[in-house]
Ligand binder design. Sequence first.
Ligand code: CO
Length: 133
Amino acid sequence: MVEKIDHLGIAVKDLDEALKVWSDALGLELTGTEVVESDGVRVAFLQIGESRIELLEATSESSPVAKFIAKRGEGIHHLCVKVRDIDLAAAQVRERGLKTIDAAPRPGAHGARVMFVHPAATRGVLLELSQHE
Ligand code: CO
């Protein structure tokens, strides 16, 4: 059901400051920025080989990313794996009794359809399942 690591999400306090490190200093190619209102984040994607790094900045204090940073500080927030069929993946996850954050697949950044699996189900890693357009 899983094809590859799609991206690693990193929670940051200031997206522009983070881009100075990840894009300017480390030289990763910035492929786009976007505000995802439904998640309360502004994100930037950087290409790294076949995968990407997603920098996440909260757009409000009630954003899950703001809460994550308040509790744990900046750092790795989630792992995203690419799936061929998100509806099938969602059905399998439910069938196997894994606790999820989303009840069903929903729109994510860059037009992908995503669904988050709870860290309690994955030994402590917030897992994003993503199907691209
Ligand atoms: Co993500």
